[in-house]
Ligand binder design. Structure first.
Ligand code: PGA
Length: 220
């Protein structure tokens, strides 16, 4: 049986006031499936407190990291600051590449900063021709057109691209992201090469996200 990797990405959604209700409606039927939740920086502290006190086996992640160490970089959150509250970080998401002009060179620096403090990295790429810095833990194949569009890639094509990414990078865990739902998740995790999923929109609704994890774990 495949070891599944599921990471939700809340993007720039929700405030502290939403955490309690979300966690109250989230349920895991199998605790052996690791679930990562990448929330806005402003929610990491409260999220950490609440998942600990409720005993919910979610591991926290951030969605971005500064390419610099701590210091005079107004508005940036350094890797060491994230590490106090989270274990994972998403680097290279297509929304950061598109809206914040993040280049491969900058992403390389972000990876270096994250590695330096021991953060684990989910590195997003839009295809199998993108460069991937050494040292990333998980790659997420996310075709730009499939993100938030409601139109996912086909499991067959995603499997093919992911096989190619694996052969080019030697990163053993490669997941798919782009309009993954509780309805289509099993078709992705049932393939040979896809190790898990990175749902964005579908992680915002705790009941849907719970169903998605259940469906994925039953079919993998
Ligand atoms: P989506 O987002 O599931 O809403 O398409 C995925 C992502 O951007 O990581």
């Amino acid at each position: 049986m495949k070891k599944l990797f599921i990471a939700g990405n809340w993007k720039s959604n929700y405030g502290v006031a939403n955490i309690s209700e979300w966690l109250g409606k989230f349920s895991l039927t199998r605790e052996d499936v690791p679930v990562i939740l990448c929330v806005p920086f402003t929610l990491l502290y409260d999220m950490k407190q609440q998942i600990q006190s409720r005993g919910i086996p979610i591991t926290l992640g951030a969605q971005n990291v500064s390419p610099f160490e701590e210091g005079a970089y107004t508005g940036e959150i350094a890797a060491s600051q994230i590490k106090e509250l989270a274990l994972w970080v998403i680097i290279g998401h297509s929304e950061r590449r598109k809206f914040f002009f993040e280049t491969d060179q900058m992403l390389q620096k972000k990876v270096e900063q994250a590695k330096r403090v021991g953060l684990k990295i989910i590195y997003c790429v839009p295809d199998d021709n993108s460069s991937v810095p050494i040292g990333v833990d998980v790659i997420a194949y996310e075709p730009v057109w499939a993100i938030g569009s409601g139109v996912s890639d086909t499991p067959e094509n995603a499997n093919k691209v992911i096989e190619s990414i694996k052969s080019k990078t030697n990163v053993p865990t490669v997941i798919y992201g782009g309009s993954v739902t509780d309805q289509n998740v099993s078709s992705f995790v049932n393939t040979y090469a896809i190790d898990g999923v990175l749902p964005g929109g579908a992680s915002l609704d705790p009941e849907k996200f719970s169903l998605l994890i259940k469906a994925a774990s039953e079919h993998s």
